[in-house]
Ligand binder design. Structure first.
Ligand SMILES: NC(=O)c1ccc[n+]([C@@H]2O[C@H](COP(=O)([O-])OP(=O)(O)OC[C@H]3O[C@@H](n4cnc5c(N)ncnc54)[C@H](OP(=O)(O)O)[C@@H]3O)[C@@H](O)[C@H]2O)c1
Length: 439
């Protein structure tokens, strides 16, 4: 692993070196664990954690960014440390900010607290910061080091990094399939392919994304709610299916079910519901659908085209649904790159695509998928007419198939969760990079 240090400019200038102390790693690990507590609550900001360690090695302050608009991690940790921050080392998972957002720049507070050394896991990719925070600290005479556990810090905030660097929302594609790759039976039954732990994890995925998206085919077949309900609820026998069907809110419990090494979230905090997005080029969404009638804290947004019937638009608008008219693709359906652009403009930094098969294919073919989450259940559904996980035309040859890198396999009860990042067989769309304000 590589890290670099910036010593005060008037003494040693910029120096680079390999490796760092074991203590640095364990304190940074603690800062990363703290950062995870904020996952799902901080968007459009990143999840950040910080630890203040006195010169004799005592942890005197801990903090994390709880929510956009509230104090940043460094400020919370420095507040806990108080006067003991003088001469201390600050471990922070992301370079401290140097600009005014919704809160004042953190570098000022770090300098004012008398911190002697700052160790950051990663440099901020946000163009508004991008090394300026570390440079200001070095200019003020602090010893500054960056790159300690950078890979872990980057993975923790992978959605946010994509958003601030590519200018489009991060897209996760989630599917629950039988071992033979079926999304549903030939008759369209898909409830429930996976067991409770996998479904709870799926709800937690909703909670950490800004939007959850499905096609009109899925709404017509399943009438889903697309809200966060099962995070933190415990074992199957205590799981009240009636609550889930009625769309009752989350009952915070001991925390989400987590595969090993996966990000967590703060136990006991009320779930955050994502914006519900439906792809519906011709506005076939019934006004009686549960995404319309069952209210959530977040709005339901229907992405449609100019062909949509004006009366249907009005009928849905009258029930509180937001209608978003976007360009058509070559097939006359909602153009996904344009939709992604429009959602980014609204500050949506991440989308969880939950099906069905045609929508999965649409996102893959548009080159818009950043990560896949496939839940594999130990069932064999079979049936020629039963839909597979990805519809569309599919790859013409095995060599042309989308391949995944960084794959991980975890066990969730009786099911497997396979995650990975598509690296080939895809086209990429880039949007203009704007300087996303950090609050
Ligand atoms: N096991 C699971 O994880 C899971 C998850 C979800 C769904 N399912 C199952 O999947 C089945 C539904 O899948 P489906 O493939 O029929 O429907 P779908 O993928 O949910 O919806 C497809 C429809 O979305 C609309 N659409 C608009 N723009 C699009 C675009 N750019 N790309 C693709 N679609 C676009 C199209 O209808 P218009 O042209 O009218 O707009 C299209 O026919 C159901 O049986 C459901 O139970 C399973």
């Amino acid at each position: 692993m590589f890290s670099f240090a910036i010593a005060p400019r008037d003494t040693r200038g910029l120096c680079l070196f390999w490796g760092y102390e074991m203590d640095d790693i364990s304190y940074m690990q603690l800062a990363l664990d703290l950062a995870r507590q904020g996952l799902g609550y901080t968007s459009p900001n990143p999840a950040v954690g910080a630890v203040v360690v006195s010169p004799d090695g005592e942890i005197v302050g801990r903090g994390y960014h709880h929510r956009a608009g509230e104090a940043h991690a460094e400020i919370n940790a420095l507040q806990e440390a108080g006067a003991r921050a003088r001469g201390a080392t600050l471990y922070v998972t992301l370079e401290p900010c140097s600009h005014y957002g919704r809160t004042p720049p953190c570098v000022r507070a770090v300098i004012a607290a008398g911190v002697a050394r700052v160790v950051a896991a990663m440099v901020d990719p946000n163009p508004l910061v991008a090394g300026r925070g570390l440079a200001q600290l070095a200019d003020a005479g602090l010893m500054v080091q960056a790159g300690v556990m950078a890979e872990q810090a980057r993975e923790l905030n992978e959605m946010w990094v994509r958003f601030v660097t590519a200018g489009r929302p991060w897209v996760s594609l989630k599917a629950a399939v039988s071992l033979d790759g079926k999304l549903a039976t030939a008759r369209g039954d898909s409830r429930w392919i996976t067991g409770w732990p996998a479904r709870s994890y799926g709800h937690w995925l909703r909670q950490i994304h800004d939007a959850v998206l499905v096609g009109i085919g899925t709404v017509l077949a399943d009438d889903p709610l697309l809200t966060v309900r099962l995070v933190g609820k415990v074992p199957a026998r205590e799981y009240d299916r009636a609550d889930d069907q009625a769309g009752k809110a989350v009952t915070p419990g001991p925390g989400p079910v987590q595969p090993s090494g996966s990000p967590g979230g703060e136990a006991g905090r009320a779930g955050r519901n994502p914006v519900r997005v439906i792809l519906d080029s011709r506005l076939r969404l019934p006004v009686a659908a549960r995404v319309v009638t069952v209210k959530s804290a977040a709005p339901t947004l229907v992405a449609t085209t100019r062909r949509a019937d004006p009366d249907r638009r009005e009928a849905l608008r009258a029930r509180g649904v937001e209608i978003l008219v976007v360009e058509e693709d070559a097939a006359g359906r909602v153009s996904l790159p344009h939709l992604a652009e429009e959602l980014a403009r609204r500050g949506i930094a991440s989308i969880l695509v939950e099906g069905g098969a045609e929508v999965h294919a649409g996102f893959l073919e548009a080159g818009l998928v950043d990560k896949v989450y496939f839940f594999l259940a130990p069932r064999l559904i079979g049936g020629r007419e039963a839909p597979g996980a990805i519809g569309g035309r599919g790859a013409a040859s095995v060599a042309a198939a989308a391949r995944l890198s960084g794959t991980k396999v975890d066990r969730l009860g009786e099911d497997l969760l396979v995650t990975g990042y598509p690296v080939s067989g895809l086209r990429y769309h880039h949007f203009a990079v704007a300087a996303w304000p950090q609050a």
